[in-house]
Design a protein around this ligand. Structure first.
Ligand SMILES: *Cc1c(COP(=O)(O)O)cnc(C)c1O
Length: 359
């Protein structure tokens, strides 16, 4: 067996420990006589797996009692419409900070349900920076302000939490959840697809302040009303059972490392290895403004398309997979989520130094 260093943006690398535990429990979970995948979601043994994952998520993220935690399906993309359906119900308008493709998609979807205003955008500089607080043109009557906390494709992240007064802040945390401590109380709603930093694709986590739920219109489909899932403890229908189980194992792994504070320290060190090299390199450059750089997705270019392609091909031969940038931006991107070991980033930097010497 040879596991390579996988820099995929998502689905992405998982902790080896988690995969090993899952493998050892594949045929029989504890003494249940079956795999977690084969269990009824209503069984006692499964409900304890599910509740345990939810409880641990609350603990690790320090989620206040006044927030609901929901385990749903449909990915972050379904949240792009579920959010306006449930929250854009008072004044029928919301503000969006457009910092990349995902934020743009969320905004477009919001526009199907009311007025989705662009409060700020960095499109003019190809999303290489995050608009500052004083650049946000905020509507005090907005039903919410939506941001994308970490821009997976462009490699930027919010270095601050936008202040919007009484307007609830809604944030897409798909590519940075569990990577750092978060003051959940500053947000009205946080959502994330699991496949970047939490587990396999198929599970979507929504953390929503109690008072924001239950105000949707009568015609809202049952499955798209947060209240349905609140009332049923995320078991209205079959939940993503295996995904929740893996999330529980990932949370055990994070707790074992010392929680999200420890995780954040490791993530800062890992990202610095790569950014420090990029800043001194005469071949590679990082197109993102320094203060707005993501710790999870690191983008870089040589400035020449054919050399970028050669780099990606050479890297692949050496066991560094998925370094090609998103098809919409080109260049390279190294996604170094929680589960990417420091050794993987060190090895990548070494390889880049060698490539620079030879090219
Ligand atoms: C991957 C990603 C999405 C899309 O997630 P799906 O689960 O595929 O719908 C949305 N937002 C961000 C920030 C992402 O990284």
């Amino acid at each position: 067996m040879s596991r390579i260093y996988n820099f995929s943006a998502g689905p992405s690398v998982l902790p080896e420990e988690v995969l090993k535990t899952a493998a050892s429990e594949m045929l029989e979970y504890r003494d249940s006589g079956m795999s977690v995948m084969e269990m009824s979601h209503r069984s006692k043994v499964y409900i304890s797996i599910f509740e345990d994952a939810m409880h641990k998520l609350r603990e690790v993220m320090n989620i206040p009692e006044t927030y609901h935690v929901l385990f749903l399906q449909g990915g972050a993309s379904t949240q792009f419409s579920m959010i306006p359906m449930n929250l854009m119900v008072k004044n029928g308008r919301a503000d969006y900070v457009v910092t990349g493709s995902w934020a743009e998609k969320a905004c477009k979807e919001g526009g199907r349900f009311g007025e989705a205003r662009i409060a700020a955008s960095s499109k003019d500089v190809n999303f290489s920076r995050i608009p500052k607080q004083n650049e946000l043109d905020l509507d005090p009557k907005a039903d919410y302000l939506h941001i994308c906390e970490n821009n997976t494709i462009f490699g930027t992240a919010f270095p601050y939490i936008p202040e919007a007064g009484n307007v609830p802040l809604v944030a897409d945390f798909s590519s940075c959840i569990l990577s750092k401590p978060v003051d959940v109380s500053r947000y009205g709603l946080i959502y994330a697809g699991a496949q970047k930093n939490m587990g396999p694709a198929g599970l979507t986590v929504v953390i929503v302040r109690e008072d924001l739920v239950g105000k949707t219109q009568e015609r809202t489909p049952t499955m798209l009303d947060y209240m349905t899932h609140v009332k049923a403890d995320s078991m209205y229908n079959t939940p993503p059972t295996y995904g929740a189980y893996i999330l529980g194992l990932v949370l055990d792994w994070i707790i074992g490392l010392g929680g999200v504070e420890a995780m954040a320290k490791i993530n800062r060190e890992k990202a610095s290895l790569l950014y420090d090299y990029l800043d001194e390199s005469t071949l590679f450059t990082c197109p993102v403004e320094k203060g707005d750089r993501s710790l999870m997705n690191i983008t870089f270019v040589t400035g020449k398309e054919d050399l970028d392609a050669k780099f990606v091909a050479d890297a692949k031969k050496q066991g560094f997979e998925n370094l090609k940038g998103h098809r919409s931006v080109g260049g390279m991107r190294a996604s170094i989520y929680n589960a990417m070991p420091t050794a993987g980033v060190k090895a990548l930097v070494e390889f880049m130094r060698e490539f620079e010497r030879n090219n």
